[in-house]
Write a protein that binds this ligand. Structure first.
Ligand code: TIU
Length: 220
């Protein structure tokens, strides 16, 4: 057990029951020409968290603890992409359209894969998810149960969309959730701050927040 001086109060980390979930660190969100850019976003902000996220992943690997990666993506025939998702708004390209990194947000295309710096190693779980939350329509819940996990550390993008949605899903399922504040990012800095503020408010109503250095130190 290790105590992390987290927000809004101490988080007692039990490494034997902890896994890291790295949300959607895919080229489609982080690199020009992908899904994030088609929505009109400046993706350069998200690239800045790659080194801190790599440090967090390295800490979990060194401690021999599970690292789980997620990818938001859809089947090539779009059978798992609701029209309400694909047809929303007026993006430069829609999900499934051909872009510079292959078809936007489609499993198996270059853009849907994880950035090389954070690429999974053998033995790590990769969850492909059709929604924003990683529990919806995926085997994540069963995998965590099999591993005896009770605590989840979160990293990835974007803070207020897929990371927050997944933390809320996990919180409702009884997991203690800790967000690594410098290993998550939003296209909108105000939204990142607001997401962290609202999740840690009201006595950690959704979860806790701490830095990568604090978390990695607690794993030693
Ligand atoms: N658009 C945006 O901020 N996020 C997403 O669409 N997906 C994730 O957060 N991964």
């Amino acid at each position: 057990m290790a105590t992390i001086k987290a927000r809004p109060f101490d988080f007692t980390l039990n490494p034997a029951e902890t896994a890291l979930i790295v949300i959607d660190m895919q080229r489609d969100f982080v690199e020009p020409g992908g899904f994030g850019a088609t929505l009109g976003n400046d993706v350069s902000l998200l690239q800045a968290i790659i080194p801190a996220t790599a440090q967090l992943i390295a800490g979990f690997r060194k401690a021999g603890l599970p690292v789980i990666h997620t990818r938001e993506c859809h089947a090539a025939d779009l059978s798992d992409c609701p029209p309400a998702k694909r047809e929303r708004g007026n993006p430069a390209l829609r999900i499934g359209d051909p872009g510079p990194m292959g078809r936007i947000l489609i499993a198996g295309e270059d853009g849907a894969d994880i950035v090389p710096e954070l690429y999974p190693v053998a033995g790590e779980t990769v969850i492909d998810k059709p929604g924003k939350g990683a529990f919806y329509a995926t085997p994540l819940g069963e995998i965590l149960k099999e591993k005896g996990i009770r605590q989840l550390v979160f990293a990835g993008v974007t803070t207020e969309v897929c990371v927050q949605t997944t933390m809320r899903e996990a919180n409702d399922r009884g997991y203690e959730c800790l967000l690594a504040t410098d290993a998550t990012e939003s296209y909108f800095p105000d939204f990142k701050k607001a997401a962290i503020d609202m999740m840690t408010a009201q006595g950690a109503i959704v979860g806790w927040a701490a830095t990568v250095d604090q978390i990695v130190e607690a794993l030693d």
